[in-house]
Design a protein around this ligand. Structure first.
Ligand SMILES: O=C1O[C@H](COP(=O)(O)O)[C@@H](O)[C@H](O)[C@H]1O
Length: 261
């Protein structure tokens, strides 16, 4: 691991979105060059809306193209609810982004949870792990899947995916996907990518916006305190980039970087 996490700050979400797009398109090009697909996992919460603002914008050049047909989209975490439930991260991404893709263009391959086993969080996690195994090759041949990009949110308590501060799941070392039955944020039953999978990705991008995040951003970047987002920073180093608005980092002394590809 080299360097430290990159922190890119913008006056407003409208300024952040085109830069996030450029970063994603570069990650997409790298993934397609490596293995013909772009394997990405996304969070729920506030992220899909910003993602839609970035990715549904018209291209500004010949290379500024989202090749949706090459995308494989997984969920960094998911709530154990039906896929059309208001709490479903899949439903959110569908409403904000997937339903708005041009119908006549190639579509991404989307990997939702198996909603036939919602009552059994361990089975739900195991089946989602099998979904990853099928895409990334067997668990016997790879110790951990390597996502081309993880697009993550950061909760006001410093959680990311469904990895919560102080939770025993932070010590998981072997599972790729883990169940959680006692999420402090409702709904309590969820599944999540584990920390080793998150820190093994080629790149990790956090998006955090709004003044409601500024206290936790200070803690993540100045103290760490074992917060899940800080653990990702520590595990990924400069493979991790934060795209934030100025309100989210007001008072944070960690150096901002000028963005460059
Ligand atoms: O519960 C969740 O919350 C986090 C953070 O959400 P945000 O609204 O504060 O951005 C999200 O990243 C995660 O996917 C979701 O399940």
């Amino acid at each position: 691991m080299g360097g430290q996490a990159n922190l890119y700050s913008f006056p407003a979400v409208g300024d952040l979105a085109p830069v996030l797009r450029a970063y994603i398109i570069q990650s997409q090009a790298n993934g397609i060059a490596r293995h013909g697909t772009f394997k990405v996992a996304v969070s729920g919460g506030s992220l899909p809306k910003t993602l839609a603002q970035a990715l549904l914008a018209p291209p500004t050049s010949e290379t500024d193209v989202v090749h949706w047909g090459n995308w494989e989209i997984f969920f960094a975490d998911e709530r154990a609810v039906p896929l059309d439930h208001a709490d479903s991260n899949y439903a959110l991404l569908k409403a904000e982004l997937l339903d708005k893709l041009p119908a006549d263009a190639p579509q991404p391959k989307v990997h939702p949870i198996d909603a036939s086993v919602l009552d059994d969080a361990q089975e739900l996690a195991d089946r989602y792990e099998q979904e990853l195994v099928a895409s990334f090759a067997s668990r016997d041949s790879v110790r951990l899947p390597i996502f081309d990009l993880l697009l993550l949110g950061c909760g006001p308590d410093g959680h990311t995916c469904s990895l919560f501060p102080g939770h025993e799941l932070l010590r998981e070392t072997s599972a790729w996907v883990a169940p959680i039955e006692d999420s402090p944020k409702p709904p309590p039953r969820r599944v999540t990518l584990t920390l080793p999978v998150v820190t093994h990705a080629v790149r990790v991008a956090f998006v955090a916006t709004g003044g409601g995040k500024k206290e936790v951003m200070k803690e993540i970047f100045e103290a760490g305190n074992g917060l899940p987002c800080a653990l990702v920073n520590e595990g990924c180093g400069d493979r991790c980039s934060w795209f934030v608005d100025d309100a989210a980092v007001e008072g944070v002394t960690y150096p901002r970087r000028p963005f460059s590809l």
